[in-house]
Design a protein around this ligand. Sequence first.
Ligand code: ATP
Length: 235
Amino acid sequence: MDTVLDVRNLNVFYGKACALEGVSLSIPRGEICGLLGRNGAGKTTLLNALMGLLSISGGDYRLNGQTARGVPTHLLARSGLALVPADRQIYGELTVRENLALAAHSRRSGPWTPDRIFRLFPRLLERSEGLGENLSGGEKQMLAIARSLLIQPSVLLLDEPTEGLAPIIVQEVIAAVAEVRREEGVSVLIVEQNLKAVAPILQTAHVLETGRVAWSGPAETLIEDESLSRSLLGL
Ligand code: ATP
């Protein structure tokens, strides 16, 4: 199996508190993997550690076969790893178009251009001259994903992209993530509380429980086995 991201025995501490302990998981190339688990399980910590934003005290991980532990964030981004953080971090005082132009500036060339982005998210075209701060939550999320695509990622890390969004917008965001994978083969690790919303697009799933991997397998198994998902996720 071709693995795009391979995580082995990762340990991360906040001070003396262990947030991730011996986390091992892999993401097959071109798949959408769910990273699930209750509040405080360590999902955001794992994404931030993979993006080089937290120091890793044990273990290793590989991105496209290359050791990635200790590599600075900007070099990981150049190697095709992109994180869309839960707080979206778009520039409120800039327009949608300006936000995109900033993200596209001096990046690698590839399939994602502002025009292509506008085809993926027609809502962003409609709002292209609007300020970031005036966008709805769903539009902000779309813009955050759009910006990350402009670095031409091979792996996209998405932190709770549907949190706080209306169900119809959740569907739009999820459909766009599926399209990104289908059309360009981008691999995705998506943190979600809402298993139902994301279920239709997942191939595999990993469940974290207090900093450890409690379960990994085909997403279908987790979705179909209600007693399993209830015991792991409290659904
Ligand atoms: P949520 O869905 O609530 O965001 P999560 O699964 O993403 O949860 P994390 O945010 O990664 O979980 O948190 C994992 C553990 O690390 C929790 O016990 C949390 O309290 C702790 N933690 C997170 N960030 C920090 C920090 N900056 N300093 C200290 N402890 C932290």
